[in-house]
Design a protein around this ligand. Structure first.
Ligand SMILES: O=C(O)CCC(=O)C(=O)O
Length: 283
């Protein structure tokens, strides 16, 4: 599978792509059943853990697992997806021969509930020395408007990095007023993927349907894009290279940067940090 020149142009001008059937029906079935097992396990916890981020109202009888953290460390099916050859081929076309993964997460919206994710740019959380940085979302379920698919503002990746602070603290979301008039959904069938540029403004609404919405998110960067915050360990950094060689000479580009500090006293996942917001798009 290769991205066509039209798809490459679309990514450059609009800042995102939907690519169909990257994962086979068998691979999707495995991801669904492994994910079912984690939701089942989450019945036995009543507070956030290293692995689980829980929706308000989560209980043994009504498990509402909102996020499985670092899924590639929890099950080999997710790790295989992270390193999937077809996916890596597409990423090489967008990022070049050296590709490093960064963070992984599995965001879930339970039927008739699932929390929204307020509008933000990933770049505000992790600015780099250049912006060959993106996120891939693998649809484990069909993702439509009704069950809270990803919404994006086409072309916003070419603009500024917006202010994600409130009252002097980083809250991980923008005030959406005037920024989201052109928002568009990325609807995906299970097995399709979305790819969005790290500076693309995006968010997603609650799940109002009777179907779950499970979305496996992997962040990737070109090997010569170095993070400007949270860099700690050379060996760990290079252990995340999926192809290409370690680079000690980061490529510096004139990219807009805001540092996500000072941190908000309410720490945790994006849902926790965003819960401090006074201006919400999704309520
Ligand atoms: O799960 C979603 O719909 C979006 C998630 C997202 O943007 C994030 O976790 O940064």
């Amino acid at each position: 599978m290769r991205l066509s020149s039209d798809q490459l142009d679309e990514y450059r001008t609009r800042g995102y792509l939907a690519v169909r059937s990257v994962f086979t029906p068998d691979e999707v079935r495995e991801l669904q059943s492994v994910t079912d097992q984690f939701v089942e396990q989450s019945r036995h916890v009543s507070d956030h853990t290293d692995a689980f981020d829980l929706e308000p109202g989560h209980s043994f009888d009504q498990p509402r697992l909102r996020r499985l953290k670092a899924p590639h460390r929890r099950h080999r099916a997710y790790d295989r997806a992270l390193r999937n050859d077809t996916l890596l081929g597409l990423l090489r076309q967008l990022l070049g021969d050296g590709v490093r993964f960064q963070n992984t997460k599995l965001n879930m919206k339970s039927p008739e509930f699932g929390s929204p994710v307020e509008w933000h740019q990933d770049w505000a959380f992790y600015p780099h020395t250049n912006d060959d940085v993106l996120a891939v979302g693998i649809a484990i379920d069909d993702m439509m408007l009704e069950n809270g698919c990803l919404m994006v503002v086409p072309g916003s990746h070419t603009g500024p990095v917006h202010d994600h602070h409130q009252d002097g603290h980083f809250v991980g979301a923008v005030n959406p007023a005037g920024l989201i008039d052109d928002a568009a959904p990325i609807e995906l069938a299970a097995g399709d993927i979305s790819i969005h540029h790290a500076r693309l403004l995006h968010g997603s609404a609650p799940n109002t349907s009777t179907r779950p919405r499970r979305f496996l998110l992997f962040e990737y960067a070109a090997a010569d894009a170095w993070p400007l915050v949270n860099f700690t360990d050379w060996t760990e950094f290079n252990s995340r290279l999926l192809c290409g060689s370690p680079v000690a000479t980061p490529r510096l580009e004139p990219v807009p940067v805001r540092i996500p500090l000072p941190a908000h006293p309410r720490q945790g996942s994006i849902y926790e940090v965003q819960s401090a917001l006074s201006h919400r798009a999704f309520g």
